[in-house]
Design a protein around this ligand. Structure first.
Ligand SMILES: Cc1cc2nc3c(=O)[nH]c(=O)nc-3n(C[C@H](O)[C@H](O)[C@H](O)COP(=O)(O)O)c2cc1C
Length: 348
């Protein structure tokens, strides 16, 4: 059956209900492996790993690490779970996820609902996967010290995954984005670097950034990530802006906007960072990817790896296969011998 037909049926449900049905389905049913052979041109070595393709599952879809192995079997090159906080928490009051159908977008104000690190850690310990797993960490809403929360998560997860993503950019945890400021960012990154030394951990650490930042913020972030030898950036999280041009009646719901309407702004942020950091710090590009061309634009802007969430909601699980095919064709058509050669060509 065509996914558009299935999707028009799914759209009649509350978005959170559809999402938990999807998670239950993925958890309980056998998923045939679709990822057996990716085109060689999509291969890339980043973060000390070989990725057979650059398309990753963005954080937020598999908050409790229940289905990342199934998503990798569907063809994703890697999956990021979380955001995980030290203690379990419910998140904000419902309704808190809105599908903006006319705009191919979502607004969410979930506020990190998750089962907490103890439960999720034991799930990850028992769930073996050959694939590349990123773990996205954040603080509890009522935390006494947010930095201590990041450290607690880091200690528990650093030896269970391929990279740790420090999320400072959710708009739905009050003032979390203050970590984009010079002093706060410095304190956070210096504590992360201390704990890495104490634990003698070699795990790559990436930082997930808001799209709602200005050029001064970008300079501050670049300075800090270079000073603290961060391994990568995830650009970008959802936006609290960009509402003017939306068509949906739900456009003014509070929360973070994702999907098609944030694509251009995310690309612009990737270009600005790439111009400063060049190839010193790899970028994972995310925001509005729903086709091979939108994936290719982000690679050309400066991303070495990609992630998506909203595109999966609108186009269904086969989007991954389509994007990989289209991306491989686009690279070949433009004469690139590898994905790596196309990274940042529009930002030089
Ligand atoms: C419903 C929903 C929940 C999300 N939850 C998280 C989260 O817990 N942590 C996080 O870092 N990003 C979260 N995100 C942001 C995505 O990871 C991604 O950065 C953003 O949606 C832009 O990508 P997209 O346009 O492909 O969706 C969430 C996004 C959506 C739509």
């Amino acid at each position: 059956m065509n996914y558009q037909i299935i999707n028009s049926f799914i759209n009649k449900f509350d978005p959170e209900l559809s999402h938990s049905l999807a998670i239950q389905f993925l958890k309980n049913f056998y998923i045939p492996i679709f990822s057996s052979k990716d085109d060689e041109i999509l291969k890339i070595n980043i973060l000390g790993k070989e990725f057979s393709n650059p398309i990753g599952l963005a954080a937020g879809f598999d908050k409790n690490a229940e289905v990342y192995d199934k998503m990798i079997a569907l063809g994703f090159g890697f999956a990021e779970v979380g955001t995980i906080t030290p203690k379990p928490q419910e998140g904000n009051l419902k309704p808190r996820v809105f599908r903006l159908l006319e705009d191919e977008a979502i607004i969410n104000r979930l506020g990190f609902p998750n089962e907490g690190l103890i439960k999720i850690k034991s799930r990850i310990e028992t769930k073996k996967t050959e694939g590349i797993l990123g773990i996205n960490i954040g603080p509890n809403k009522d935390s006494v010290s947010r930095i201590d929360d990041y450290i607690e998560c880091f200690k528990n997860f650093h030896n269970l995954c391929s990279y740790i993503c420090i999320n400072i950019s959710s708009p739905n945890t009050e003032n979390l984005r203050n970590f984009h400021d010079q002093e706060n960012l410095k304190s956070l990154l210096s504590e992360i670097s201390k704990i890495k030394k104490i634990l003698d951990s070699k795990i790559p650490v990436v930082l997930k950034i808001s799209p709602d930042i200005n050029d001064v913020d970008i300079d501050v972030i670049c300075k800090n990530i270079l000073e603290f030898n961060l391994d990568g950036l995830v650009l970008t999280n959802t936006s609290v802006k960009l509402r003017e041009s939306l068509l949906s009646t739900q456009k003014n719901e509070l929360g973070g906007l994702s999907g098609a309407p944030i694509k251009e702004n995310s690309n612009l942020i990737i270009k600005k960072f790439f111009k400063i950091i060049k190839n010193q710090v790899p970028i994972i590009g995310v925001g509005g990817i729903s086709s091979g061309i939108s994936a290719y634009e982000k690679i050309r802007a400066g991303a070495s790896l990609l992630q998506l969430y909203t595109g999966l909601v609108y186009k269904g699980p086969f989007i991954v296969k389509t994007i990989k095919q289209e991306l491989a064709e686009l690279l070949k058509k433009d004469g690139f011998s590898s994905l790596e050669k196309a990274v940042g060509v529009d930002s030089k």
